[in-house]
Design a protein around this ligand. Structure first.
Ligand SMILES: NC(=O)C1=CN([C@@H]2O[C@H](COP(=O)(O)OP(=O)(O)OC[C@H]3O[C@@H](n4cnc5c(N)ncnc54)[C@H](OP(=O)(O)O)[C@@H]3O)[C@@H](O)[C@H]2O)C=CC1
Ligand SMILES: O=C1O[C@H](COP(=O)(O)O)[C@@H](O)[C@H](O)[C@H]1O
Length: 432
């Protein structure tokens, strides 16, 4: 028996096979439970449901998407009133949505409070980017392909960008967003999780603990962020939202360079960039390789090799490379090896990220959830920067909605080594 207190909507896009699994398990609770009485009532409802369904075991899943300050009290109520009675097959699991705190201290306090109520294997800190198809593909791609093994390091890679762009603004959520900003909303969690999977070493096995051990190690190898490697932006019109203070310095755009102090990545900038109200919507990883030494074709200016993994929209992976331009002359041009999921997997429905992750929770698989020490390491990276922004020491520059964001961000990418390809034109293949 599973109780979801919120976000039932995410299951609407679920595949039929999973829907039937969910429907046996889920009862949507829309009421508000803010007192012991409410939770006692909830517990009775759960028990009645179990009795009527003769389910035989008590499996209780609570999905909490709440402000961080409310988590301890709600979790205490669940602990006091709604735990699954001990049985061989029963369990109680709690999915917790971000924000997991606002900085290192508040996140650690929250972790300690929840840690007193639940065991770590009962807590599922959800980051829905870990449920996206191409994010889940990263370990396979890196560690099941001989091709990438020798290339994935400082000897061959010049820089890596992990980019999130949205073509809409805060759309009525300004009041909520303003307390957090783009770094807490997107970079410290979604993009940093992607960063871990791109940068971490090979885990001993696919056991959740082994994977998460490697993520923690790479996070702990990140150097302190330098102010000169940060660009913050706020789109014009953001403060028109009546719930946003007139003097808000909250960034709606940020580009931040992370540097990893280890044997594999020393000297390679990881540019994590996220913005709202931009000119396009996409999330992608772009690995740019170094120039070929001793270039006999004189084709450097055309562009470097790039391997792009587009997480959304239209999942794809492509490798930009230099080829001979077909024809009688020995001329070169930029082309691509292209794996577009829509073409290659025409009959496959890619599951919704939340569908997959909720199913993982039901199955007790924590691989794609954030462990407590991982969360701590993530906050350690961003807290000094966030405190400086909150104190007004770093200012957000304004940018036009519908633009690429601040020009300073492109300048920063160029300064740390990204070389933009010019003249590359992609010709989309057509379905036969
Ligand atoms: N299978 C598929 O679907 C494929 C699709 N394509 C499409 O072809 C197009 C070109 O591909 P590609 O070259 O990889 O991507 P883009 O030309 O969109 O971007 C390449 C890089 O240049 C940056 N950039 C873009 N405009 C500027 C600018 N004005 N100043 C500075 N930097 C800039 C981008 O930053 P940022 O990321 O911030 O925009 C990105 O890092 C894209 O639309 C792509 O989706 C190509 C190959 C395969
Ligand atoms: O967590 C969040 O993610 C969404 C973007 O999710 P996506 O799956 O559509 O990429 C973002 O709009 C929102 O601000 C943020 O809180």
């Amino acid at each position: 028996m599973v109780y979801l207190t919120k976000n039932y909507r995410y299951l609407k896009g679920a595949s039929e096979e999973h829907v039937s699994e969910f429907l046996q398990l889920i009862k949507y609770v829309s009421g508000s439970y803010d007192s012991g009485e409410g939770f006692e009532k909830l517990n009775k409802e759960i028990s009645d449901y179990e009795m009527s369904n003769n389910s035989g075991s008590s499996r209780r899943l609570f999905y909490l998407a709440l402000p961080p300050s409310v988590y301890p009290s709600v979790c205490k109520m669940i602990r006091t009133y709604c735990m699954s009675p001990t049985s061989r097959t029963g369990w109680t699991r709690v999915i917790v949505e971000k924000p997991f705190g606002r900085d290192l201290d508040s996140a650690e306090e929250l972790s300690s409070q929840l840690g007193e109520l639940f065991e770590e294997d009962q807590l599922y800190r959800i980051d829905h980017y870990l449920g996206k198809e191409l994010v889940q593909n990263l370990l396979v791609l890196r560690f099941a392909n001989r091709l990438f093994l020798p290339l994935w390091n400082r000897d061959n890679v010049d820089n890596i960008q992990i980019v999130f762009r949205e073509d809409f603004g805060t759309d009525g959520r300004g009041g909520y967003f303003d307390q957090y900003g783009i770094i807490r909303d997107i970079i410290q969690n979604h993009l940093l999780q992607v960063f871990c999977l791109v940068a971490m070493e090979k885990p001993v096995s696919l056991k959740p603990e082994h994977i998460r051990d490697e993520k923690v190690k790479v996070l702990q190898s990140v150097n302190p962020i330098k102010d000169e490697e940060v660009v913050l932006g706020q789109y014009q019109g953001y403060k028109d939202d009546p719930t946003v203070p007139d003097d808000s310095n909250t960034p709606t755009f940020a580009s931040i360079v992370l540097r990893v102090h280890n044997e594999r990545w020393e000297g390679v900038p990881f540019i994590l960039k996220a913005g709202k109200a931009l000119n396009s919507r996409k999330a992608e990883i772009r690995v740019q390789f170094k120039d070929v030494p001793g270039d006999i074709f004189k084709c450097k200016k055309q562009g470097r090799n790039e391997f792009v993994i587009r997480l959304q929209p239209s999942e794809a992976m492509y490798m930009k490379l230099t080829v001979k331009k077909p024809g009688l002359e020995m001329a070169t041009e930029q082309s691509e090896l292209d794996l577009s999921y829509g073409m290659r997997y025409q009959d496959v429905k890619i599951p919704e990220a939340y569908e997959r992750l909720i199913l993982d929770t039901i199955r007790g698989d924590q691989q794609h959830f954030v462990r407590r020490d991982e969360l701590k390491a993530a906050w350690q990276i961003f807290t000094p920067l966030l405190h400086d922004i909150d104190a007004g020491k770093l200012k957000a520059v304004s940018y036009k909605p519908g633009s690429r964001g601040p020009k300073e961000a492109d300048e920063l990418s160029e300064k740390v080594g990204y070389m933009q390809t010019h003249g590359y034109i992609w010709i989309p293949p057509t379905l036969a």
